[in-house]
Design a protein around this ligand. Structure first.
Ligand SMILES: O=C(CO)[C@H](O)COP(=O)(O)O
Length: 154
């Protein structure tokens, strides 16, 4: 699995902690860090969220972990990229269902909301979840995709 990570300066420390965890995980073949590298970089959350989501849309990464102050801004941004499904998930069950029910490729965290140890635990679990295209959830996700393909200019 190839994972892209990104954060604004509110989320950089948590992003770095998750990135290092992923780099040590044998289930992850590649971790791409799009920044920011430090809190001095004040690029706004949409810049990072959109860049990471576009990486997934281009097929250059399978999953993404995005961090901002709340996790909300990067989730909204990532969801604007056609084909990408992103959500904030600050608990284990939501993180699991974001993959199994919604086929989300992207999980987001708010560094001002969740601590690093819980976020890392959720990410370690989340990496192990997969979407079943034969599940009852698949048709529901397909409905969203069909809407997107009919209405969103690419
Ligand atoms: O949390 C954020 C966006 O959802 C971001 O880190 C801070 O945004 P701001 O409150 O607009 O500065």
């Amino acid at each position: 699995m190839r994972v892209v990570v990104a954060a604004d300066n509110a989320g950089v420390e948590l992003k770095n902690a998750v990135r290092d965890l992923l780099r040590d995980d044998e289930r992850v073949s590649e971790v791409t860090d799009l920044g920011v590298a430090d809190a001095e970089d004040d690029r706004a959350y949409p810049v990072l969220g959109l860049a990471a989501a576009e990486t997934i849309a281009r097929g250059e990464a399978d999953r993404g972990v995005l961090v901002c102050g709340t996790g909300i801004g990067v989730a909204i941004s990532a969801n604007k990229v056609p084909g990408v499904r992103a959500t904030v998930a600050h608990d284990s069950y939501s993180a699991e269902r974001s993959v199994k029910s919604n086929n989300c490729q992207v999980i987001t965290f708010g560094a001002r909301v969740i601590g690093p140890e819980l976020a890392k635990k959720i990410v370690a679990e989340w990496i192990g979840h997969t979407f079943d295209p034969d599940s009852a959830s698949a048709g529901k996700v397909a409905h969203i995709t069909e809407y997107e393909q009919a209405h969103v200019a690419c």
